[in-house]
Structure formats: C-alpha cells, structure tokens
Design a binder for this molecule. Structure first.
Ligand SMILES: Cc1ncc(COP(=O)(O)O)c(C=O)c1O
Length: 385
C-alpha cells in the first residue's frame, strides 16, 4: 500500500465507463492512450458536483477566477508572469494546434515538427494542406536532443511555423533553457512562429526543470504561442479545457478570429469549474501523484533492465509515458505489435505512428497503479520471450 494521503494503488474499474483506452477486449491490458488510471482529486470532483447539484446546466461564462487560477499556477511554479489578456480559451490542445496552423500559415507553407512525436502533429498539418518538414530528434543512446544543424538546413522561405513539444511526447525530454535558447534564436532569426505544446509541463521529475519557451525573453514571447492545460496534470483530459497563451496581440487576433468563426469559444460549465479547481486546489494531489509516477518509472526501468534485456529503456525526464526500444528483436513494428497483443495481451502505442524514428519503438503509459504496471511489464516480458 502507498503511504500517500491518496491511494494511487487503488484499481478503479474503467471497463464500465466509456473510456477509449479500456474499450478493447477484456483480456487485453491497455497501456496506450495518454490518460491515467488514477481517481481525480476530490477537490475537483466536489467543485463539479456542486455545479451538478445546482441543477441547471446553462450557458456559463468563464469568470476572472478561471483565468486567475492558471496565472497563479504559472507564477508560483514557473515564475512566469502571464497577463490575462494573453489567454485564449481553447477546447483541446490538438484543436488549438490546428487553429494555429490555420491562423499562422497558408496552404502549401511548411511547418516543422520534431519526430518521433505525438501523431496529431502530423495530421493537423497534412489535413490542413500544409507541408510537414521533419527535424528528426537525435537519439544519443540514452537521451534525445534537438538537431539544430538539421533544423537550420530545413528552414527555407516556405517555412512559417514550428511545433515544439515540451516536455516531449513520446521521448520524455524536458528541454533545458539553453537548448530552448538556441532553438528559439534560430526561429526568431528566420521569422518562424513557435507553437509550444506544453500540455505535459507539470509532469517533470526530480533534477529537471520545465522552462516556458515564451518566458525566456520578450522577443521569444512575441513569437510564441504556448498551450497549457490541467488535463494531463490532474487526469481530467475528458473536460477538454485548455488555454493558448499568446502575448503578441496581432497573433492573438488571428487566432481569435478562427475561434469566433468556428463558434467554439464557449466552455462547458463543468469544465470551467474543473479547470479552476484543479489549479487552485489540486496541488497536494498533484505533488503526490507526481511522486507516484516517478516511482513507477523507476520501477519500470528496474524491472525491464533486470527481466527484459531485449528491450532498451531509459528513465524519462517527465510525462507518464515511456519510450521503449524493441529493435534488438530484429522484427518489424507490426510483428512486435502482434506479439504484444496476441501473446502478451498488452496494448502499447506502436512507435511508427509517431513518425520517423519510431520503427521498433513502443510507447508505454505508466500512469496506473503499481500492480497494474507490474502486470503490464510481465505481459511485455511474455510477449518477447
Ligand atoms: C503532446 C500532446 N499534446 C496534446 C495532447 C492532447 O490534447 P487534447 O486532448 O487537449 O487535445 C496530448 C495527449 O496525449 C499530448 O500528449
């Protein structure tokens, strides 16, 4: 049993809910899509219950306290002073990325991404008739780095935007300030708008520090759109409540125009109170869950190193996702997936969905009770041995 004030060891049955992750066969353990199997903090649930108990679910507004909650969170955690007028409500981060592509580039323009990376980065660019330019991350054996020389080579007059993921899903890097400075200076020099998906920014382990790209300098702030959300941090992804932080008034206007044209500026009332309660009252739950997740990563690294030598693993710097290298098996990703599903009865994300650099890799979601994690690791072992 955990000695935490919260019981993250509790196994909650999600099969009886509409969970996408848990919608597969009963004998398959799902360790893929990025939500966690932990119960949400009581403070958040209570705030939402109060709204339900009121009994009317009408059109609700976002009060000042909604914005103040995230401003205060960024101030105390990241020493980043966000102004209220910079904040634009956005349903989900993926929709925000797609709005950004439409707002800040034209059809035929190039948008740079850094694979292997969260799959919708590809689709939102391609589906909007822009061109994906891949700045492949360098894999240095036990950590990935931004390949600045390659980035520089990929930039041409058609390059209008770059989407960076910080911390990076799936490779688990929390970009250091110095790395961001080099990256940002290159983008600013070339007039490339930086879109930073920081949805995982709170989930950072000991010894690492998240730096908001836009907080580095006024020049960067003026050229950056940052996405933040309580969704991963507090396991409330289903509320679809995020913010785009856009200090530059001209860029904000372009972004807002799309929100208005599409009629998606309103928020579901439960999301408003859930979002606010998370940032205002969720700190204690969050610090406990972060510790539990980090212990899970240590547990997984230890188990895999000792018991599944076929799989190469390293500890991520943040997120509740681990990027496992199965390439020593000498099999295709399809063959490995087949083994995981049919022999091991465990479902991971196939790395090929994350673009180049993903062949032979699988992403493991460790945001679950320790005994579920242990079960999953045993199934991976069974699949490959
Ligand atoms: C990097 C990243 N961005 C965005 C999302 C999804 O955001 P949303 O559900 O708010 O669209 C995820 C979910 O896994 C993610 O990992």
């Amino acid at each position: 049993m955990s000695r935490s004030k919260y019981n993250f060891d509790e196994v909650v049955d999600r099969k009886s809910s509409n969970s996408i992750k848990w919608s597969g066969n009963d004998d398959l353990l799902p360790m893929w899509i990025a939500d966690m199997d932990f119960k949400v903090a009581d403070e958040i649930l209570e705030a939402m219950k109060k709204t339900i108990d009121h009994g009317i679910i009408g059109y609700d507004d976002r009060p000042d306290s909604f914005y103040e909650a995230i401003i205060q969170w960024a101030r105390t955690r990241y020493n980043w002073e966000i102004k209220k007028e910079w904040l634009v409500f956005t349903p989900g981060v993926v929709s925000g990325l797609s709005i950004s592509v439409n707002a800040f580039s034209k059809e035929g323009d190039k948008v740079i991404i850094q694979p292997p990376v969260y799959p919708p980065f590809y689709s939102i660019i391609e589906n909007n008739n822009r061109i994906v330019e891949e700045n492949l991350l360098k894999n240095n054996g036990n950590r990935y780095e931004i390949d600045i020389t390659d980035l520089e080579n990929k930039i041409d007059e058609k390059t209008k935007m770059v989407i960076i993921c910080n911390p990076h899903n799936p490779v688990g890097r929390v970009w250091k300030r110095e790395e961001l400075e080099v990256f940002g200076n290159l983008c600013v020099k070339n007039n490339i708008i930086m879109v930073s998906d920081d949805i995982h920014c709170d989930l950072v382990f000991k010894g690492h520090k998240y730096t908001p790209l836009a907080s580095i300098s006024d020049e960067f702030a003026n050229n950056t759109i940052t996405f933040m959300a309580p969704s991963k941090t507090f396991n409330i992804a289903g509320l679809f409540a995020s913010v785009a932080i856009i200090p530059n008034e001209d860029l904000r206007k372009l972004y807002n125009e799309i929100i208005e044209n599409m009629g998606i500026g309103h928020t579901n009332g439960l999301s408003i109170v859930g979002f606010e309660a998370a940032y205002k009252y969720g700190s204690s739950w969050f610090s406990e869950v972060l510790k539990y997740i980090e212990d899970n990563t240590d547990f997984a690294v230890d188990y895999i190193s000792k018991n599944i030598p076929e799989v190469k693993v390293y500890k991520p710097e943040g997120t509740f996702l681990m990027w496992l290298d199965f390439s020593s098996l000498g099999k295709t990703s399809e063959e490995i997936d087949e083994l995981l599903i049919n022999k091991g009865k465990v479902q991971l994300n196939d790395g090929t969905a994350f673009g180049i650099g993903g062949e032979g890799f699988f992403r493991l979601n460790i945001g679950c009770p320790r005994k579920v994690l242990e079960d999953g690791l045993k199934r991976i072992r069974k699949a490959v041995q």
